[in-house]
Design a protein around this ligand. Sequence first.
Ligand SMILES: [Zn+2]
Length: 498
Amino acid sequence: MLDQTEQIGQERTTNDGPIVPRATDFAQWYQDIIAAAELVDQAPVRGCYILRPNGYFIWESIQRDLDARFKRHGVQNAYFPLLIPMSFIMKEAEHVEGFAPELAVVTHGGGEALEEPLVVRPTSETVIWSTFRKWIRSHRDLPLLLNQWCNVMRWEKRPRAFLRTAEFLWQEGHTAHATAEEARRYTLENHVIYYDFLEECLGLGPVAGEKPPHERFPGAVATFTLEPMMQDGRALQTGTSHDLGDTFARAFDVSYQGEDGQSHPVYATSWGMSTRTIGGVLMVHGDDRGAVFPPAVAPVQVAIVPVPGRDDVSTRAVEAAVSDLRRDLSGAGIRVTVDDRPGLRPGAKYFHWERRGAPLRLEVGPRDVAAGQAMAARRDTGEKAPIPMSGAVAAVQALLDAVQLNLRARAHQMREARTFTVDDRAGITESVLKGYAFTRWCEDRECAADMQAQSRGTIRCFPFEKHGDEFRPIPEDHGPCGWCGNPATRRVLVGRSY
Ligand SMILES: [Zn+2]
């Protein structure tokens, strides 16, 4: 949902500029830490961004982790084409209505006008279900569980790095099932995978829940969402899983022959997670000194800064110790770099790696060498403590684990401290300036529209509780709607969003 009064900050092209404090201008701070960490550059086409090696490394790490989780859940990867015939998009009424304003359309190819315009995929349900028609004949062909890693394009009027970009990278899963119950179960199982990934890998502390009907994916019968809270109190929708019912099977005439010899409808799910998650990592974990990356995705996990001695002998001893340390850590699979750039003071190097979000810095000077230790500085807390050179691998691994867990715990604490149980308009209006309002809602769309117009808060979701590997709706709570006073049976989370 676009917020017209939103500040988006100025994009910086240099990486050594000042970082505006979060409290002064959160939007500018976001742009500043992206520049400091060298994650993206501007592209010649507005709304598109160049992912620099640091930004792309984080995406590769996300890909590796998520892909393994999908495969354990029975999913296979495939690839469908970038260009989709316009007539495919037109087949499903809600789908075309939802995506039409954002479509990029190819009208010419090979120097001639095309007979039928082609759409640059905004998502791939249509091309995939037109293909499933050929692949699904019998109950033996189901379930069909596919995923693709690709780029998509949705024309963006107010672009912002990672959060809203015309072209973005994502994965889109598409599955086909024999029954509606199985499709719903699979959608929720996938949503648990997303939740665990955001918790364990990115430490975002999201709320999982179901979107209200007016916020569903175009064509879906249910949409499930993950809503981590950013440090400015706003929600970032980060990964959605859709139960598509038999909408796309009907639109593309897909059915299967059951064991009973009869023809049956096919039920679909789709689910996507994108480079937007990187924006979430920045806005949940970053601080006024720069980016803070969870060790699981940090391009550099450990930056070693050698501190030269007063003479050649002690400097050479430092170099030898640093060389051994790098070899040991690298051999253990830890992403380590030695900052031996000449002519820079150690303090300038500390500053450099702080801005880039390296979770751990190791300082090694002559006195450390003599004591058989290195000084370890945590990026998340700023704490410094010596670790022994012998056994450095275990000590560093333990510290990286501690940073990973602390970032996650901090995200949970922030969200919990800024989620307010409220029962009236004033409470909702005040709460969404600081974080989330947890309030009863009458489930009327007009009420939600009025709430948004007056408070800028939107219904983020009907939240779930997680029990083991399962999401369950929170217990019903009957009483007046927090906004309009009409009868309500459930509580929702309301927040401003990106
Ligand atoms: Zn209401």
